[in-house]
Design a protein around this ligand. Structure first.
Ligand SMILES: [Mg+2]
Length: 219
């Protein structure tokens, strides 16, 4: 059973998510909170393994709460919960800040319930998750801005690695990249590990943020 907690200041939003989680045989809803301060207390008391975290909330927002929850767990040498940021189309910057703060991914609040449930299971398994439509939106916003310099580390990627980087940055899974590039999934996984290592990134979500910040997907 995966222990799930929810943090959102919209009290009308919470029961739907609670019911959705409780309807799943492998998930258990363990606690909820209406702001960041309550979230910290909820995490300590209810010990969720996955937390769904809103961004805009009174008292303390979801970014500060994410950072505090992860720092708190590290200071006690306990395993922090995985945090999925709940975002809306206009909160892309905040979502990337939450990722830098330690969140494992983000999904849109109006995502298909199946996607949200898959995201919970995915981050619990140790993988990062990104809402594909949110990824597209990030890049749509970014394309309006002026260009930025390509970071030197990107130049250390081989041509093949750069190609795989761009596909991963668009939110494609290893399986999708493998079938499109006529490679085995294991080979794609190896390429992704090398890419993350060369760029000093922790996971795929950081890869997406890196691509977003340096405008590297559609180049
Ligand atoms: Mg809110």
């Amino acid at each position: 059973m995966i222990r799930v907690g929810l943090v959102d200041d919209q009290s009308l939003f919470r029961p739907g998510i609670r019911m959705l989680v409780q309807s799943q045989a492998d998930l258990v809803f363990v606690g909820e909170a209406g702001n960041g301060v309550e979230a910290i207390a909820m995490v300590e008391e209810a010990r969720p393994e996955v937390v769904l975290m809103d961004i805009r909330m009174p008292v303390m927002d979801g970014i500060a709460a994410t950072i505090a929850i992860i720092a708190g767990a590290e200071s006690r040498a306990t395993i922090p919960p995985r945090i999925i940021v709940l975002t809306t189309f206009d909160l892309d910057e905040a979502a990337t800040r939450a990722i830098r703060g330690g969140a494992s991914g983000f999904v849109l609040k109006d995502a298909d319930p199946k996607f949200l449930l898959a995201a919970i299971r995915t981050v619990h398994a140790g993988n990062a998750v990104i809402a594909p439509s949110a990824t597209r939106d990030l890049f749509a916003h970014f394309d309006e801005r002026t260009s930025v310099e390509v970071p030197p580390a990107y130049g250390y990627l081989t041509a093949r690695e750069q190609e795989i980087f761009r596909l991963a940055a668009r939110g494609l899974s290893n399986a999708e990249i493998a079938s499109g590039e006529f490679l085995s999934e294991a080979t794609v996984k190896t390429h992704i590990s090398r890419i993350l290592g060369k760029l000093g990134l922790r996971d795929r979500v950081q890869l997406v943020v890196f691509a977003f910040e340096h405008r590297l997907t559609y180049s």
